[in-house]
Design a protein around this ligand. Structure first.
Ligand SMILES: [Zn+2]
Length: 152
């Protein structure tokens, strides 16, 4: 049921899907990732936080009392496609790929003390994660950032 412009639900991504979680964040999905919890606890967190559980564990996905999306694919690109097909586009801007925090823009002056001198001299656009404070700029390993920066 791809949505039309509506925001995708927040996600709780299960163990073994860490690469998927990072890619989903880049695509603007609110995707928390845990790989250290037993099933019962994952279910409890999903329920309490209203997150949709994304899992490769078919039995877990079928458990009663939790909203879940079962991802059968083992290849990252196919996993991403499965989530986007099921939920529709995120309808939101990229999030921090490391921690899922929201990004905020920084001016060059704000970013200068936070980045290597060469980067401060050569880049004019920056974003920072509100949660982990990581600073991003175009040309980092994150190709989606340029698009993010162009949005406003
Ligand atoms: Zn972060």
């Amino acid at each position: 049921m791809p949505s039309t412009g509506a925001k995708a639900p927040p996600l709780l991504v299960d163990a073994m899907l860490g690469a998927l979680a990072r890619r989903l964040r880049w695509l603007g999905y609110d995707a928390e990732y845990r790989n250290d919890l037993p099933d019962e606890e994952m279910m409890a967190i999903a329920r309490e936080t209203g997150r949709l559980l994304v899992t490769r564990d078919r039995a877990l996905a079928r458990r009663r009392g939790v909203r879940a999306l079962y991802v059968a694919a083992t290849v990252l690109e196919e996993q991403v496609a499965a989530v986007v097909d099921a939920l529709g586009p995120s309808g939101a801007r990229s999030r921090c790929t490391v921690c899922n925090g929201e990004l905020e823009r920084l001016t060059p002056a704000q970013a200068a003390p936070l980045v290597p001198p060469y980067v401060a001299r050569t880049q004019t656009e920056f974003a920072r994660c509100r949660r982990c404070r990581r600073v991003y700029w175009p040309g980092t390993h994150w190709p989606g950032l340029q698009k993010w920066l162009e949005i406003k």
